[in-house]
Every structure is written in structure tokens, then in C-alpha cells.
Design a binder for this molecule. Structure first.
Ligand SMILES: [Cu+2]
Length: 180
């Protein structure tokens, strides 16, 4: 909140130098600070945990109307013994497939996998252009700011439901703009 005071504020030029720090004014500042905190939390990393598996920042890209499928991304950090991601499911799509993506010559190929190996002590990054979740048979377009539950099933760690944030392409730029 101290940082907020130093932040350029559109109203600051209209404020007298000596301001009355009464309850009303303080409340107003608190409100602004809270709004900022919520906004930056929503945009930055969120994570989940099941057993020895940490699931970092699950997100999906927005999809256009009529688009049948969309990508889902997250980080899987395994602090325990070897494990496997066996499957995933969500209410927003008919099914969720585990995919790999790789370049073969100049052709981008996606393959459906039976599972994704999570070796002991390693982090597996599901990201655009690499391993990812494919939401197949989307029931409605994914809109920027939407959130939906996704159930992940691990061979050893068991099942966990995480929240997926829907982000527009170029979300990274937005994150940077949020930094103060
Ligand atoms: Cu795919």
C-alpha cells in the first residue's frame, strides 16, 4: 500500500497538498489497493497440490465461436517418486486428450498419448507447441477471464480438481503491464 501512494494517480493533480486522512479517504485508498491486488492475483500464477505433485498455473487460451477444441496448459512438478498423468476431464469439453506436439520437417504434428510421464524430481511443462492438454468438443467458446474446473488423474498421487484460467493470446504482455 505504501507503493501505491507513490504510484502516479490521475486524481493526484486535483488533490490539495495537505490532504485530510479521514476515514472516508482511507477507505477509498483501501478499496483501490484491494482492487489492484485482486487483479494482479488473477493474472499471476496460481497453483495446486496433490501428494508430491505441484500443479502450476493451469490456463487455457480463448477460442473462437465454433472452434471445436482448445489447448490446456500447466506445469507439473513432481517432488516424489516417478508418477504419471493418466487422464484429465472437464465439464466444458466432451473429453480431454493428452497430446504431444513436435515439428517433423516443416510439419507440426500432434499425437495423442496414453499418459504423460512425470519423473521423480522433474518439472514437466505443458505449454503451447509442446506437451499439452487438448480440450475436445468444447460446449461453448472459452472467453478471456473465464475459469473452469479440470480434474487431473495421476497414477500414484490420485485425483485433484484444479481451476483453469482462460487467457487471451498475448496474455504475457498483459501480465507485464500489470507489474508496478
Ligand atoms: Cu493437441
Amino acid at each position: 500500500m505504501v507503493g501505491l501512494r507513490n504510484h502516479p494517480h490521475p486524481e493526484s493533480s486535483h488533490m490539495p497538498t495537505q490532504i485530510y486522512e479521514g476515514p472516508t479517504l482511507k477507505l477509498k485508498h483501501l478499496g483501490a489497493a484491494c482492487a489492484l491486488t485482486v487483479a494482479s492475483l488473477a493474472a499471476s500464477a496460481h497453483e495446486f497440490k496433490i501428494g508430491d505433485i505441484k500443479i502450476g498455473h493451469p490456463y487455457a487460451r480463448t477460442t473462437a465461436t465454433g472452434q471445436a477444441s482448445g489447448g490446456g496448459y500447466l506445469k507439473l512438478e513432481n517432488k516424489g517418486a516417478d508418477d504419471k498423468l493418466l487422464s484429465a476431464s472437464t465439464d466444458v469439453a466432451a473429453s480431454v486428450e493428452l497430446h504431444s506436439m513436435s515439428m517433423e520437417g516443416d510439419v507440426m504434428r500432434m499425437r495423442q498419448l496414453d499418459s504423460i510421464a512425470l519423473p521423480q524430481g522433474k518439472t514437466v511443462d505443458l505449454k503451447p507447441g509442446a506437451l499439452h492438454l487438448m480440450l475436445v468438443g468444447l460446449k461453448a467458446p472459452l472467453k478471456d477471464g473465464d475459469k473452469f474446473p479440470l480434474k487431473l488423474k495421476f497414477e500414484k498421487a490420485g485425483e485433484v480438481t484444479v481451476t483453469v484460467n482462460v487467457e487471451a493470446g498475448g496474455g504475457e504482455l498483459k501480465h507485464d503491464m500489470m507489474k508496478h
